[in-house]
Design a protein around this ligand. Structure first.
Ligand SMILES: Nc1ncnc2c1ncn2[C@@H]1O[C@H](COP(=O)(O)OP(=O)(O)O)[C@@H](O)[C@H]1O
Ligand SMILES: [Mg+2]
Length: 275
């Protein structure tokens, strides 16, 4: 039996622990060192943003966290276990919504329930509940009457909302987002920030968001980590004050502008480093 304080400690253990991680693409002298000396802890329920120059290894970080790639050196420990294969409790969304064109929106969104353990075993039997789950998510992200439509019948913003539903339908503990709002117009993007924020506050999953939009990082994330040029490593980690993140009005304050400017400076250093 654990006593209360041990239980507290167990609870406070980070969900993601990366220590001295390096990753190389390819072998030998041909190999390309993408990440080196990466140390990062992510707490349960934390919203983390990763920013940095193009090609510094941000997408690679998500591959490591999801178990799609294994590190060449160091350790990636998630929920107390060394990652050895793709994880099942992860949801992912990308810049391109990547919905399957031959499936309607409902069956696109239910895809993880159809293929991910343990849901896939009872997918057919649970169909009514699965559809209900999808409809509840549609409602939360502000999608109406889309279930029977095909992806190409939706606007880019609606497709990205559907993609967000698909990444969350199996109630993952960990949501990995790779520039999911990058291709949207500014108004749609800002609406989706609030949609994501509401889902996160309500459901308490952990988020790792890759973005090159520093205002987006500041508005959404508890902590922003800035990466150096390749080989990427973290050169600055910054806790964002709550006052920047309560509602959209906070984005027009002096404090918000200062936070974005500080981040900009670190990203600037990262870009100059190898120039
Ligand atoms: N599958 C791959 N094979 C070889 N090189 C890759 C592969 N994926 C990414 N890279 C290289 O690794 C580096 C980091 O890539 P990536 O993680 O995609 O960067 P970012 O997402 O920060 O732009 C880049 O130089 C990229 O060209
Ligand atoms: Mg990338």
């Amino acid at each position: 039996m654990m006593n209360a304080s041990e239980q507290d400690n167990a609870y406070q253990k980070p969900l993601v622990e990366m220590s001295d991680v390096a990753l190389t693409y390819g072998e030998g002298s041909e190999g390309l060192l993408a990440l080196q000396d990466v140390n990062l802890n992510i707490q349960q329920g934390e919203f983390v943003a990763l920013v940095g120059p193009s090609g510094c290894g941000k997408s690679t970080m998500l591959k490591l966290i999801s178990g799609l790639r294994l590190p060449r050196a160091g350790h990636v420990v998630i929920a107390g276990r060394e990652v050895a294969q793709p994880l099942k409790f992860v949801g992912m969304a990308f810049q391109s919504p990547a919905l399957l064109p031959w499936r309607n929106v409902l069956s696109n969104v239910m895809l993880p329930l159809e293929i991910v353990e343990p849901h896939c075993r009872t997918f057919k039997k649970d169909m009514a509940a699965n559809i209900e789950r999808a409809n509840a998510l549609f409602k939360k992200v502000g999608l109406k009457d889309v279930a029977q439509r095909y992806p190409w019948q939706l606007s880019g913003g609606m497709q990205q909302r559907a993609s967000l539903c698909r990444s969350l339908i199996h109630e993952p503990r960990l949501l990995l987002l790779d520039e999911p709002f990058g291709a949207l117009d500014a108004f749609t993007r800002e609406d989706l920030w609030d949609t994501l924020k509401a889902l996160w506050s309500e459901q308490g999953f952990t988020v790792v968001l890759v973005t090159h939009d520093l205002a987006e990082a500041t508005y959404l994330a508890d902590t922003v980590h800035v990466f150096s040029q390749r080989p990427g490593r973290i050169i600055h980690s910054r806790k964002i004050p709550q006052e920047c993140r309560r509602s959209r009005a906070d984005r027009y304050t002096a404090l918000f502008a200062e936070e974005v400017a500080s981040l900009r400076e670190y990203v600037g250093h990262a870009q100059e480093e190898h120039a």
